[in-house]
Design a protein around this ligand. Structure first.
Ligand SMILES: [Fe+2]
Length: 352
């Protein structure tokens, strides 16, 4: 399980362009440039999520989709880098295996996926629906006609917040929703020659480093996550199409497939720990944010190369690095998953 960051991932409303800035040839992905819809959307409604990884649990060989692949484990227990699998050609059985593999490894990058890129937005959304109901971002731009594809777009005109010392903001994508995302797919259609890397942190490992006594206390806690300010975070580049929501989630959640426990707070969207005094809540949350940011041994840094795709379990963590002066154009397909399951079964979430 892992977390995600804002600053480079929230797309500003870019001018629609059909050429790259370095040459005048037609841009291969012009049809996927950001489009800012101002059509209002109703609130999301609850639904039952069945995680596709659960279907692979009883498979005789749940890693058979990797039989011909080259797998590099980036750290012992978190993140893999894989060549030799064409994601676009996977059947449903292999997609279920993939979901289980991503749940177990947290983050997996697949190289050489031009075939997937070339299939286009209709294929991207069909792909995503295998893993869950697709989330539509409440405020950011998307390719015209495909609101389920969340775009990340930066170019030479993009600005970073000069009031902070880093563009890295650890976060789990839209953790403020009642049913935040599970298996998430992200790929860069254009990228800087260097930079624009994505950093991930394992919330499973972050939790495991804490003392059993402290973890036992954290399991008894729930936190409020807020979507208010999401638009502000995009610094004026979006339009609030859906009313922002706030929801209560356990501070320690259990994965529905692996059964693993993970820390589930993030600096961007977690507002407070329910039932604690303000100073208690702030000190505990700041300690946890500090732990997440500093625990380099629980992190993996993905170096992008052309035609790479990253799949991660959004029940855990990521962060992007900024890069100015070149186009960074990415697409994210983000299925929602279950309402976070408390690691402590007796924890009642709706009783504030
Ligand atoms: Fe993100």
């Amino acid at each position: 399980m892992s977390l995600t960051t804002t600053i480079t991932e929230v797309a500003p409303a870019a001018e629609k362009s059909t050429t790259t800035n370095k040459d005048k040839e037609p841009y291969r992905y012009a049809h996927l440039m950001p489009f800012l819809s101002k059509v209002k959307m109703p609130p999301l409604t609850p639904f039952t999520h069945v995680d596709p990884g659960s279907r692979a649990l009883n498979h005789p060989n749940p890693r058979s989709f990797l039989d011909k692949a080259e797998v590099i484990e980036l750290t012992p227990n978190f993140a893999s880098d894989i060549r030799g699998v064409n994601l676009a050609a996977l059947d449903n059985d292999a997609k279920d295996q993939l979901a289980l593999e991503v749940a177990r490894r947290g983050v997996v990058v697949f190289r050489d996926q031009q075939d997937f890129f070339d299939r286009g937005p209709e294929f991207y959304t069909t792909w995503g629906r295998h893993f869950g109901r697709l989330h539509i971002h409440p405020s950011s731009p998307h390719p015209e006609g495909y609101p389920e594809i969340h775009l990340v777009y930066k170019d030479a005109n993009s600005k970073f917040n000069s009031e902070t010392i880093t563009s890295t903001v650890w976060h789990a994508d839209f953790s403020f929703e009642l049913q935040p995302p599970g298996l998430t797919t992200f790929f860069l259609l254009s990228q800087p020659k260097t930079g624009g890397d994505t950093l991930y942190s394992s919330q499973v490992l972050n939790l495991k480093r804490l003392s059993p006594t402290f973890v036992a206390f954290l399991r008894t806690l729930k936190a409020e996550h807020t979507g208010i300010g999401t638009l502000r975070a995009s610094r004026g580049g979006g339009f609030e199409r859906r009313e922002p929501v706030e929801n209560i989630h356990p501070v320690v959640r259990r994965h529905p497939v692996t059964g693993e426990e993970a820390l589930y707070v993030n600096k961007q969207f977690t507002k407070r720990i329910v039932g604690l005094k303000r100073e208690e809540s702030e000190n505990i949350l700041n300690f946890l944010y500090d732990h997440i940011a500093k625990a380099g041994d629980n992190q993996a840094r993905i170096k992008w190369s052309p035609n790479s795709m990253v799949l991660w379990d959004n029940r855990s963590a990521i962060a992007d690095y900024g890069h100015l002066g070149a186009v960074r154009h990415g697409a994210r397909i983000t299925p929602q998953a279950e309402r976070p399951i408390p690691a402590l079964e007796s924890l009642v979430l709706d009783d504030q």
